[in-house]
Ligand binder design. Structure first.
Ligand code: GDP
Ligand code: MG
Length: 199
């Protein structure tokens, strides 16, 4: 897909601030620092559309990026960041859950994990929550540039076996630094967008 005019639209801190139109939403989910904001920048070929940070746990809002008025990329706050207070973590958790349970235009969840590690307990909890909620999901093993090219397929397969032993959820490698993986992910997104029918 050739993105022409990606725009930051709103940083929502409460549901009344979600966009009012009905465009489908492609939602980035994953722990802090796994590369959610970088994913958006890579896919739309902009350096700083979504704010990235080497300091994890900064995002507490839900950020909506309008992609050519055809869909949104939605950047959720990361989970599992221990420097947030318990109370803050709980508030962010509730905010994420509210969005996931109430937003009928969610077309796809892009669940990001780090290709270098097997999914953590927090990753498993979040992944299972998404699947139990009946939301369409794909898994991306991110930061694939951090391991040897020859190890990528095997790592992706191990991550899939851990989260999705039935192997019915698409699982692909991704990297913001090695753009060869981007085309397949766009194909997947386009597929989900073209078959998306709101319930
Ligand atoms: N090597 C490498 N670094 C990445 C990749 N994606 C993100 N990063 C780095 O990881 C850090 C966190 O990325 P960010 O997108 O802010 O993560 P977020 O908290 O999930 O939004 C930043 O320093 C990024 O430059 C990737 O694919 N490869
Ligand atoms: Mg971010």
């Amino acid at each position: 897909m050739l993105v022409k005019n990606p725009k930051f639209e709103i940083s929502a801190v409460k549901p009344s601030q979600y966009p009012k139109n009905n465009l489908p939403e492609i939602v980035l989910v994953g722990k802090s620092n796994v590369g959610k904001s970088s994913f958006i920048n890579t896919m739309v070929n902009r350096k700083n559309l979504a704010r990235t940070s080497s300091e994890p746990g900064k995002t507490r809002q839900i950020n909506f990026y309008n992609i050519d008025d055809s869909f949104y990329f939605v950047d959720l706050p990361g989970y599992g960041y221990s420097k947030m207070s318990k109370k803050e973590q709980e508030q962010v958790g509730n905010f994420i859950e509210y969005y996931l349970q109430h937003r009928s235009q969610i077309a796809l969840i892009i669940f990001l994990v780090d290709i270098r590690h097997l999914p953590s307990e927090n990753d498993k909890l979040m992944y299972n929550y998404i699947i139990r909620s009946g939301l369409p999901c794909v898994i991306l093993a991110n930061k694939a540039d951090k391991i040897a090219v020859t190890k990528v397929d095997n790592s992706v397969s191990e991550i899939q076996s851990t989260l999705n032993p039935l192997k019915d959820i698409p699982t692909l490698p991704f990297s913001s630094e090695r753009k060869v993986y981007m085309e397949d992910v766009w194909k997947l997104i386009e597929n989900f967008l073209s078959t998306f029918v709101r319930l």
